[in-house]
Design a protein around this ligand. Structure first.
Ligand code: GLU
Length: 475
């Protein structure tokens, strides 16, 4: 990255400052909300392959205006304090925007997980979890981690188990971490949640003709050309749902080793399968291979979905990005400098703190499920079905008795009679959350002349809510 570029943390602060400058906060409170409360750095040793290896891990707490604080744990070789603090700050504002009742936190471990076997990763994860648990940096009422880049259900199950071993009488132990597999206290729909949230965010955007016009687009998602960077958990699910359910055409996928192109739209499941077996997109027969993946970000398209790393759109390439609409599925994919350039050029950006909030939203549902010790829908589902059956039977009786000649289509009957299961309830809660949060941002974007973009609007809403919560405590 060039010298013109601020660090990731500075970038988030610059974005925060843009919004804070438009608010009437007492300077002390503004400063309090901006700063990261604490960062714990731990170095621990694990005996592996006949030697002791030392690992460095972080857990940052950005804001404790609400507790527990919430945010994922990332495994990547280049994790550092600046990055973890930036991500923790984004969590504070993300949670506020989607009204998940948490403060912001984030963790990271400097490790390339691909270099280790499963049993080694378990040992390392257990030891990292132990270090955090004994300092209450993992705790159902204080700090609740979740998956992030390089981690998933497996690591979360290990963390939950480690917590339970160290807190044998805590009845809420399972709520110490979210993103667990369903058989270990997880919730249906958590794995797809962030990608699903990206889809719901775009669906909501396309419900507003004024917003579509601001991006220089028209019509619906159907037929829109989309470039997706990163086919990890978030990018994969977003691309899959957008192509299968909304008729969008994924023309390019950018991965670590290059990009794939197919003007008619790539088959996401086939490409994902190829990557799983071959480690990259090179040689994949479902599209045309492009070695220089990075430049594909600059290709012509309607919607660009950066779903990989932070800082991929920066001072050097922002001027050449042609997408009309960018939705930040990753955290911080656009630097503050690039953000300025794109704003000047009129590109509409759906910002990360909103766009990828689906993950933490469903984490919230999982945490509530763990604390209530009951699966969503367990009490209501059959009762709901019985009441629907009453109506259907009554309609059919009326039709017969009065010889009205009505018949209910079998498809309608089947769909109407089925009570909602956990997955449907999770999706419905997520959809509602994404719609509501969009509308709160949009209202600011449209009503305030001094708010030119959705990111500033999102920060304004979030900072306002965090400030209100501090004020309520008398600060
Ligand atoms: N790591 C995800 C994020 O960046 C999810 C966090 C969570 O579920 O707590 O939003």
């Amino acid at each position: 990255m060039s010298a013109r570029e601020p660090s990731f943390r500075q970038s988030v602060e610059l974005m925060f400052n843009r919004a804070a400058a438009l608010m009437d906060l007492p300077p002390g409170l503004e400063e309090k909300i901006r700063v990261c409360n604490s960062t714990y750095v731990v170095r621990f040793g694990v005996r592996l392959r006949g030697e002791i290896r030392t690992f460095t891990g972080y857990r940052s707490v950005h804001s404790e205006h609400m507790e527990p604080v919430k945010g994922g744990i990332r495994y990547a070789a280049n994790v550092n304090q600046d990055e973890v603090e930036a991500l923790a700050a984004l969590m504070t504002f993300k949670c506020a925007l989607v009204e998940a009742p948490f403060g912001g936190s984030k963790g990271g471990l400097c490790i390339d997980p691909r270099q280790y076997e499963d049993h080694e990763l378990e040992q390392i994860t257990r030891r990292f979890a132990y270090e955090l648990i004994k300092r209450d940096l993992i705790n159902p009422s204080q700090n609740v981690p979740a998956p992030d880049m390089g981690t998933g259900e497996k690591e979360m199950a290990i963390i939950a188990d480690q917590y339970a071993r160290m807190n044998t009488t805590d009845i809420n132990a399972r709520a110490c971490v979210t993103g667990k597999p369903p058989h270990a206290g997880g919730i249906k729909g958590r794995v797809e949640a962030t990608g699903r949230g990206v889809q719901y965010a775009l669906q909501e955007f396309f419900r507003h003709p004024d917003d579509i016009a601001k991006a220089g687009l028209s019509g619906s998602l159907d037929g829109k050309s989309v470039i997706v960077q990163g086919l990890g958990n978030v990018g994969y699910h977003a691309a899959l749902f957008l192509s299968r359910e909304d008729g969008a055409k994924i023309t390019h996928i950018i991965e670590r080793d290059g990009a794939l192109h197919n003007a008619d739209g790539l088959d996401i499941a086939l490409v994902r399968d190829w990557i799983a077996h071959h480690g990259g997109v090179r040689g994949c027969p479902h599209g045309h291979y492009i070695e220089q993946g990075g430049v594909v970000l600059e290709e012509e398209c309607d919607i660009l979905v950066p779903a990989a790393l932070e800082g991929v759109i920066h001072a050097e390439n922002a001027e050449r990005v042609k997408a009309k609409l960018i939705i930040e599925a990753a955290n911080g994919p656009i630097t503050a400098t690039a953000d300025e350039i794109l704003r000047r050029r009129g590109t509409v950006i759906i910002p990360d703190l909103y766009a990828n909030a689906g993950g933490v939203t469903v984490s919230y549902f999982e945490w509530v499920k763990n604390l209530s010790h009951i699966r969503f829908g367990r009490m209501q589902r059959r009762q709901e079905e019985a009441r629907h059956l009453l109506i259907v039977n009554e309609l059919e009786r009326l039709s017969k008795d009065k010889e009205l000649g009505w018949t209910l289509s079998p498809d309608f009957k089947e769909r109407y009679l089925r009570g909602a299961d956990e997955l449907e309830l999770v999706r419905s809660g997520l959809d509602d959350t994404m719609r509501e949060a969009y509308q709160s941002m949009r209202e600011v974007w449209h009503t305030r002349q001094d708010v030119p973009d959705l990111r500033t609007a999102a920060f304004l809403v979030s900072i306002g809510r965090v400030a209100a919560s501090y004020r309520a405590k008398g600060l």
